[in-house]
Design a protein around this ligand. Structure first.
Ligand code: NAD
Length: 502
């Protein structure tokens, strides 16, 4: 692990690792007074630094800053917010290489994907910057007696809580629309990958975002995250993470009637029919599960293949999986990097005996990769001969593990695809247009890609059904979450008003 980009990443995080990393509140760094915990480099297992768990007072100060900054930020014109958000995007672009390198360092994600993810973060800001002037707009809904019109107003200070898999890109996806809507933000990044979040909040201040509009607190989920979601001055929680954490946050926010937006886990099927373009289907299936180390909510972790082509297709998949390049995340040739943490590699590993005991076969991989430093490298793995009833076909493993399952016909494919608690994304490969329409209509998923991998188009809705989420991001959907809609009914003055007590 001696790539020059790693040396650069260490230089970039040096100000954050020389002492335990605290918080960023009201436009200023705050040294944390709370307990500290280690941040580990997934590729080497070495300690990069320590981070502070926010104390109750620190958390309260962050929320107070967001509350204090809200009226002025909400009152600013959309054009002014647009200007500042574009400036944030400019600075992200200027620092994209450093941001990407930091993601390789503390999240272990391969450079080939992170370089694009940092730039995507800037695009998220530009997309919502351009929409900021329209965020307040509503509808005219005239009736014979009244002119009804709606307007939208930012809901207030919001919490954004994010995971570690693609930390920077995911956080911009929430923070950009919140700021464009006129909300103020307290962000709590994942404890295992805190550094790019600090870069973002510093960039935002440098870009001219007023102090207090965007604050960042570090800490653990059970302490800092919990307090944030319980705080009465936080009006909404945008959360990305595991389904069970979503349930906890819903309960934590219930006493204060928090509005919640959840992007949760997935066990997404890629369904390959015998009439499909099989070469493209193979490329997309491999990409969607082994990119981002398989730590991807929209990963195609279940490969459902029609029985007539199952053996041949799965054999070709196996050849590709064997050849995947596992290694240093900073090396641009690397396709699969390390998993995030020792706890996570243990979790992924634990599914291997579960697969065998369930009656499936581990056709490729299944073990830690020997000899690639002391990091958490797991072999790209292909499980074959699985049935939809098995745990490896039902539970989110969140690693480079693909479970292949045969199906007989359209009805069987649909039954198996939908037979999970999740419903985030689904991928469908067929050249029969009628079948594409029938199956995409019946799939229980928030997003279906036909003859494609996950290609994100920002105006479209992103989100899941069932245990995969509540609400949608993207386009105008994000504003619906971060804003309150108000209806004003203006009488023409001639309608009959009942006269009581005359
Ligand atoms: P996680 O739920 O463990 O943690 C996510 C965040 O929630 C972290 O910042 C954590 O500190 C915080 N948290 C934990 N407990 C909390 C609590 N009680 N109250 C408040 N905050 C709390 O998830 P993870 O392991 O970091 O991330 C992986 C998961 O994220 C996977 O399930 C994956 O599918 C999901 N994910 C979903 C999407 C999507 O768009 N649907 C995108 C990326 C990741």
């Amino acid at each position: 692990m001696s790539h020059p980009r790693r040396a650069r990443a260490l230089e970039v995080v040096a100000p954050y690792t020389s002492a335990p990393l605290g918080h960023f509140i009201d436009g200023k760094p705050v040294a944390g007074a709370g307990a500290t915990f280690e941040v580990i480099e997934p590729a080497t297992g070495q300690v990069l630094g320590r981070t502070s768990d926010a104390t109750e007072a620190e958390l309260n100060a962050a929320v107070a800053a967001a509350k204090g900054a809200f009226p002025a930020w909400a009152a600013l014109t959309g054009d002014k917010r647009k200007e500042i958000l574009h400036r944030i995007a400019d600075l992200i672009e200027e620092r994209a290489e450093d941001i990407a390198a930091v993601e390789c360092l503390d999240a272990g994600q391969p450079w080939r994907f992170m370089a694009k993810a940092a730039v995507r973060g800037a695009e998220n800001f530009r997309f919502y910057a351009d929409r900021a002037p329209m965020a307040n707009d509503g509808k005219a809904l005239p009736s014979p007696d009244h002119l009804n019109f709606t307007t939208r107003h930012p809901i207030g200070p919001v919490a954004v809580i994010t995971p570690w898999n693609t930390p920077f890109m995911l956080s911009t996806w929430k923070i950009a629309p919140a700021l464009a809507a006129g909300c103020t933000v307290v962000h709590k990044p994942a404890e295992w990958s805190p550094y790019s979040a600090r870069m973002l909040v510093e960039i935002a201040l440098e870009a001219g975002l007023p102090p207090g509009v965007f604050n960042a607190v570090n800490g653990l989920g059970e302490t800092t995250g919990k307090r944030l979601t319980e705080h009465p001055d936080i009006k909404a929680v945008a959360f990305v993470g595991e389904s069970r954490t979503g349930s906890a946050i819903m309960a934590q926010g219930a006493p204060t009637l928090k509005r919640v937006h959840f992007e949760l886990g997935g066990k997404n099927p890629v369904i390959v029919f015998e009439d499909a373009d099989l070469d493209r289907a193979l490329d997309a299936s491999i990409f969607m599960i082994y990119s981002l180390n398989g730590q991807r909510c929209t990963s195609s972790s279940r490969l459902l293949v029609q029985r007539s082509i199952y053996d041949a297709f799965v054999e070709k998949a196996a050849e590709r999986v064997r050849k995947l390049k596992v290694g240093d995340p900073f090396d641009p040739a690397t396709e699969v990097g390390p998993l995030i943490h020792t706890n996570h590699i243990e979790k992924v590993l634990s599914y291997m005996p579960i697969a065998r005991e369930g009656g499936a076969k581990i056709a490729v991989g299944g073990e830690r990769v020997p000899g690639v430093g002391d990091g958490y490298f797991f072999q790209p793995t292909l499980i074959t001969g699985a049935e939809q009833t098995m745990r490896v076909a039902r539970e989110e493993i969140f690693g480079p593990v693909l479970t292949a399952i045969p199906f007989d016909d359209e009805a069987d494919a649909l039954r198996k695809a939908n037979d999970v608690e999740y419903g985030l994304a689904a991928y469908l490969w067929t050249n029969d247009v009628g079948r594409a329409l029938r199956v995409s209509g019946a799939l229980e998923a928030g997003m279906v890609w036909v003859n494609s991998e996950n290609v994100r188009h920002l105006p479209t809705p992103f989100g899941g059904t069932k245990s995969s989420g509540i609400g949608r991001d993207g386009g105008d959907w994000s504003f619906d979450f971060y804003m309150e809609t108000k209806n004003v009914a203006l009488a023409y003055g001639g309608h009959k008003i009942q006269r009581l007590g005359v």
